[in-house]
Design a binder for this molecule. Structure first.
Ligand SMILES: Cc1ncc(COP(=O)(O)O)c(C=O)c1O
Length: 493
């Protein structure tokens, strides 16, 4: 261990000749660490290059070049004829935050904003990580035509004009916006121009943008109770007063909300397939909602997340298709119809606000990829998208049937499953006062996912339930999995 000229213990170097990291880098890193953590103090003399090279068994040139670099960066100063010294101005005592922790430092209490504190209490991250059977909202990823999709991605990457290898258009690919506009006309009965569409990195980014552009602190947001978790949390984080509106057989209970919470700035709803109860909003209720929004200058967010999957009759036209006053922000996503990692969704924006949304999208981090946008557009134009949805619809219908039948057969003592004509999940009410969070945790221990109904709620409901996704569960495995569920539920009963 080298000593300082005065004999004091100076360095604790551990040069590892087998590590693959060049010796000069190791020496450089060690010296910086010793300077930053205060072991080497300002004005302290470093050993001469000759002395240190001999002590460490390295070449003098190595030590010299490390010293030169430290001098060049201001860590050290060289005085002709006197040697190399730790730089004078490095007063880490005066700015202790700059100091690197010595050995076992205590993790400091970090001040975070109120906004960040509410982010920490959100339950929306439940959709991350490895997926187990029955997680709600996961498509049949094993049935996605990966090889065909790869071809579209490769084509998009290899085209002659390469604008899409940059940031693309400020409101998203023109080609994709045209493909989506055509799709919305054919499938959702909407008259939409491509210019009204802003591409996002999924429905969640659409909600963030809408909240960012439209909400002021303490604005009232009518929110379905129970309702979509991540959309609710982002409106709350933006400082809005998000209030619970119950769902009845026709959808969002407008009369209740009008009486209790007048003057909402935004009304959030999932009219095609209420998340999570599965109700479809009636025509009478749709008209009443649009009327109310128009007369009270409220905006409506229509989250149309899984309307492609309807198992009886044709999909109903979107709420937005009836909106002659342009009060509705229609939000679509490819997370369910394709796969979530595609990170592509869109908002149909009232024309007067398109530019604002496009600029907000840019400033808040454009997180969708122009290459993916091009590939997806071509995939849609070639009819692949509609073909894929048609296939998935058949698969999901079968999976729904098998799950419902198995639950009725094996879990009738503990669950009351609700059959559904649409979507990718079903609700099962819990019997015998079972607590949904306890059930969720117990099932998870046995490799089965569910979402407790209570996490969708701002205000608790009278009944407790769990939400089960059927779209990603292989129908051949469902009977066995449900038997396992029955065992777990009976043990809690
Ligand atoms: C009601 C609802 N809306 C939208 C989404 C989609 O979110 P994203 O497009 O950000 O993946 C989900 C996904 O779970 C959802 O449940």
């Amino acid at each position: 261990m080298p000593k300082s000229p005065g004999g004091a213990l100076l360095f604790q170097f551990n040069l590892d000749r087998d590590s693959g990291v060049p010796i000069y880098r190791q020496l450089d890193a060690s010296l910086r660490r010793l300077i930053l953590d205060g072991t080497l103090e300002p004005r302290q003399k470093l050993p001469s290059t000759r002395e240190l090279a001999r002590e460490l068994g390295v070449s003098r040139i190595t030590v010299k070049s490390v010293y030169e670099q430290l001098v060049a960066e201001g860590y050290a100063q060289s005085r002709t004829g006197a040697g190399t010294f730790i730089a004078e101005g490095l007063d880490f005592e005066a700015s202790p935050k700059m100091r690197l922790p010595r050995h076992k430092a205590r993790v400091p209490d970090i001040e975070i904003s109120d906004r960040a504190r509410s982010i920490m209490s959100s339950k929306a991250s439940m959709r991350h990580g490895q997926t187990e059977p029955f997680r709600p909202g996961v498509p049949a990823l094993d049935r996605f035509p990966v090889k065909i999709w790869n071809k579209y991605m490769l084509d998009a990457m290899s085209r002659d004009e390469r604008h899409h290898l940059s940031y693309g258009q400020v409101n998203g690919s023109t080609a994709l916006r045209r493909s989506i506009a055509r799709h919305l006309t054919d499938a959702r009965g909407m008259q939409v121009e491509a210019d009204q569409i802003v591409i996002t990195s999924g429905a969640q980014q659409a909600f963030v943008l809408i909240a960012f552009v439209l909400l002021n602190k303490d604005d009232t947001v009518w929110y379905e109770n129970p309702g979509h978790i991540a959309g609710r949390d982002v409106m709350q984080i933006m400082g809005a007063r998000v209030v619970p509106v119950p769902i009845d057989a026709e959808g969002l209970d407008i009369n209740y909300a009008v009486e209790k919470y007048p003057k909402p700035a935004i009304i959030f709803t999932t009219p095609s397939h209420q998340q999570p109860l599965g109700t479809t909003m009636s025509l009478v209720r749709r008209l009443a909602l649009l009327n109310y929004a128009h007369e009270n200058d409220a905006w409506v967010i229509e989250d149309d997340y899984d309307s492609e999957f309807r198992y009886r009759g044709r999909p109903l036209p979107a709420l937005s298709a009836l909106d002659s006053e342009r009060r509705v922000f229609y939000v679509g996503t490819f997370s369910k119809s394709m796969f979530a990692a595609i990170r592509t969704g869109y908002i149909v924006v009232p024309p007067a606000l398109v530019e604002t949304f496009a600029k907000a999208r840019n400033l808040l981090g454009q997180s969708s990829s122009a290459v993916v946008e091009e590939a997806l557009s071509q995939f849609m134009n070639d009819g692949r998208f509609v073909e894929h949805i048609r296939k998935m619809r058949r698969i999901y219908r079968d999976r729904r049937d098998v799950l419902f039948e198995c639950l009725m057969n094996d879990c009738a003592d503990t669950l009351e499953p609700q059959s559904t004509d649409a979507g990718m999940h079903m609700l099962a009410w819990l019997k015998n006062d079972l607590d949904d969070l306890t059930v969720h945790r117990a099932l998870l221990k046995q490799g089965i996912e569910s979402l407790p109904l209570s996490v969708y709620c701002i205000e608790p409901l009278d009944r407790s339930g769990i939400v089960l996704g059927f779209s990603s569960a292989d129908e051949r495995r469902i009977p066995k999995l449900v038997k396992r569920m029955a065992t777990v539920l009976n043990s809690l009963d």
